[in-house]
Design a protein around this ligand. Structure first.
Ligand SMILES: [Zn+2]
Length: 238
């Protein structure tokens, strides 16, 4: 029997979550929330490293980010498709873990696996709520779906301050040694460690600037926010 979680982050590839919302997951864990990561693929098409390397690295990153649960599905790398079989695979995990909040990749991206994962995750959350569909666990639908939008050319609905989590989040990303360590193979494709640090700091710094903090991670929510008390709106305008 697996335990339920508060937040489940789903992404196409191992190390996607580390890049787009790893700091937020760590922050939530530090606040006492139970978090989980579901990777849709196992990385067998990667230019560098093997599937086994990536599994080990993903486990290291899980521990660094204090994530309670992590698993990779067997959807083919580079061929993430939004079909009913895949929706059922993802929906079964949503039912097993019963997250209140689901984090998905933003629905537009350069890499087809990334934007497909966003749409597939959304439709899987719907499928997970169909009471008459037998997936081995009782029906469940997350209360809230938000989209990690770090690499999308879109203005975030809100950002999460990860100034305190930034260094640890970077370590989780660098745990993918087969991808990021200085080495020759595929060196045109993969920035070296120092460049990664600089790039990650630029991105987090940009989103932090939007909300007046040092480092932040951006999210988009589709729903309009509902406000009860104007004095409780969290962001300072000037
Ligand atoms: Zn990816």
């Amino acid at each position: 029997m697996s335990e339920t979680v508060d937040i489940l982050a789903i992404a196409a590839h191992r190390d996607d979550v580390e890049q787009t919302c790893g700091g937020t997951l760590l922050k939530m864990a530090q606040m006492g929330r139970r978090t989980a990561i579901l990777d849709m693929t196992r990385g067998e098409m990667g230019t560098r490293g093997t599937m086994e390397d990536r599994a080990r690295e993903a486990e290291d990153a899980r521990q660094i980010l204090q994530v309670s649960w992590r698993k990779a599905l067997d959807i083919p790398d580079g061929q993430v498709e939004n079909n009913f079989d895949n929706r059922k695979k993802v929906a079964a995990v949503i039912r097993e873990l019963r997250p209140r909040v689901l984090i998905l990749p933003y629905w537009q991206a350069r890499h087809p696996d990334h934007y497909t994962a966003g749409v597939l995750g959304y439709e899987a959350a719907f499928v997970a709520g169909l009471a008459k569909l037998d997936l081995g666990f009782p029906a469940h639908r997350p209360f809230k779906i938000i989209y990690a939008s770090l690499y999308a050319d879109v203005r975030p609905t809100f950002v999460v301050d990860i100034s305190e989590q930034f260094e640890t989040r970077l370590q989780a990303l660098l745990a993918y040694r087969s991808q990021y360590s200085d080495q020759e193979k595929g060196s045109g494709l993969f920035p070296r460690e120092a460049e990664i640090r600089e790039k990650v700091a630029h991105m987090a710094g940009f989103y932090g600037l939007l909300a007046g903090v040092k480092y932040a991670e951006p999210f988009v929510q589709k729903e309009v926010g509902l406000v009860e008390d104007l004095l409780s709106i969290p962001v300072q305008s000037v």
